[in-house]
Design a protein around this ligand. Structure first.
Ligand code: UGA
Length: 452
């Protein structure tokens, strides 16, 4: 290996090893020395052995490679921050009970980083990647860092907001090919350091940069998520209308709309609603923030309302197909909020299952990755299968809740055999072409039944 020049290659620390922090760490370690910091000892132990503590596409091989070659180290000890040129804060910002974001992890990470860099002369920049409401970097992170380090930002150490736009399940790909880099530096020093770091990492593939105030950078993140969530709720509202218009199809509506470059085709896939650890919490946080500013957030409230009621819509469709679900056997395929992840946070499969069970249905479920999480969340109210075919066998209805590619393999003949001749499919993710199941009773989100 070539000798490193300290001045040329920044050392990186990443505080908070969730899917954002760890995916970022694993990618950056291909070029820089990275130290991952997390308080969870068990997680650090696993990563130290090169094992991913959660499922994220492409993460495992990167961890293995970079832990083995020494480019990625992990620790529970914040002192590594003092030895770093750039320290990313990627801790969680969950919703508090009232819906506002809970900044406790951001505060304690800032405090510990400040203490770690207190005695150091190293020109460190602290970068806030966690999703935080506008003003947090300047009025929460900065004072805590300055107070606990005894140093003044802009004088040998810097602070910068730099939100991320990674999708869970595609975090590695998104880290390597981001659509843009948004930076909101508090001081010139952090601006120069962060930009130079990204230029070194991306080289000729440097994405477009939006440089703005920290408050605007923070707002760009919320606005992006809220807008994408609103696109989804919008198309789900149109889907509900399509379901009442014989012969109509929301997918064609979305295609017809999406070809207009002012609209764009992405995030117009109708389904059971958006889930995950970001959209529901971020839209709610933006609603609360708007109210505190005295701005009526009615568009965003409607986005949440459509999303909260979309699982009811799936259940109503199931009831319509079965007359009533009481005593019926229903197979739910897909529990994760998105394919390629084991994450069930805010997955729409959970409320759909709970509602079906509360109405007396006997539900069995299968997911390629999310079985453990689902068992913890739902316990014994449903049964769990080890594969899709076993789950479907002997049931009255199959509901597709996550667009896992492997569900595409179920054929008409197979379903006919497994379901005893009477095939009923409710495709809540629009993964199937109805023509594929000529003998089935087929219903889908946003599909107007031609016979209604
Ligand atoms: C989202 C954003 O897409 C990322 O840009 C952002 O960085 C991230 O939140 C975050 O704030 O950390 P994520 O929640 O991981 O990413 O996953 P998405 O792929 O955006 O999916 C969110 C939900 O929307 C899923 O339940 C998905 O099924 C649903 N969705 C998405 C639809 O129902 N229709 C669509 O057309 C697209």
């Amino acid at each position: 290996m070539m000798a490193r020049e300290e001045t040329d290659e920044p050392r990186i620390a990443i505080v908070g090893l969730g899917y954002v922090g760890l995916s970022t760490a694993a990618c950056l370690a291909s070029k820089f020395h990275v130290t991952g910091i997390d308080l969870d000892l068990a997680k650090i132990g696993l990563i130290g052995k090169g094992r991913a503590p959660f499922l994220e596409k492409g993460l495992q091989p990167l961890l293995e490679a970079h832990v083995r070659n020494g480019m990625l180290q992990c620790t529970t000890n914040y002192s590594a921050a003092s030895d770093s040129d750039i320290v990313f804060i990627t801790v969680g910002t969950p919703s508090s009970k009232s819906g506002e974001i809970d900044l406790s992890q951001v505060r304690s990470a800032s405090q510990s980083i400040g203490e770690a860099i207190a005695g150091s002369n190293r020109p460190t920049t602290v970068v806030v990647k966690s999703t935080v409401i506008p003003g947090t970097t300047r009025s929460v992170v900065k004072p805590i860092l300055e107070q606990s380090s005894g140093r003044t930002s802009g004088e040998g150490f810097g602070i910068c907001s730099n939100p991320e736009f990674l999708r869970e399940g595609q975090a590695i790909e998104d880290t390597l090919n981001p659509s843009r880099i948004v930076i909101g530096p508090i001081d010139q020093f952090s601006r120069d350091q962060v930009l130079s770091f990204y230029r070194k990492f991306y080289g000729a593939q440097m994405p477009p940069v939006v440089e703005t105030s920290p408050e605007t950078a923070e707002l760009i993140k919320y606005s992006s998520n809220a807008f994408l969530a609103t696109k989804i709720s919008f198309i789900n509202l149109i889907a509900r209308m399509c379901e009442k218009i014989p012969g109509s199809d929301v997918n064609d509506v979305a295609r017809g709309m999406g070809l207009d470059p002012r609209i764009g085709s992405l995030f117009l896939q109708a389904g059971p609603g958006f889930g995950g650890s970001c959209f529901p919490k971020d839209v709610q946080a933006l609603v609360d923030y708007a109210k505190r500013l005295g701005v009526d957030p009615s568009i965003l409230e409607s986005t949440l309302k459509v999303n909260e009621t979309q699982p009811d819509n799936v259940v109503s469709q199931a009831e319509k197909m079965l007359n009533r679900v009481d005593g019926k056997k229903i197979a739910v395929l897909g529990l994760a909020f998105n394919p390629n992840t084991d994450d069930i946070r805010e997955s729409r499969a959970i409320p759909v299952i709970r509602k079906l069970v509360s109405k007396g249905a006997m539900v069995g479920a299968y997911d390629p990755m999310a079985m453990d999480g689902a068992k913890r969340e739902l316990g014994p109210i449903i049964t769990y299968s080890t594969n899709a075919k076993a789950c479907v066998k002997g049931t009255d209805l199959v509901i597709i809740m996550t667009a896992w590619p492997e569900f595409m393999d179920l054929s008409n003949d197979e379903l006919t055999r497994l379901m005893g001749g009477r095939v009923r499919i409710l495709d809540a993710r629009r993964i199937y072409d109805p023509a594929r199941f000529p003998n089935a009773e087929f219903t889908a989100i946003g599909l107007g039944n031609p016979h209604d």
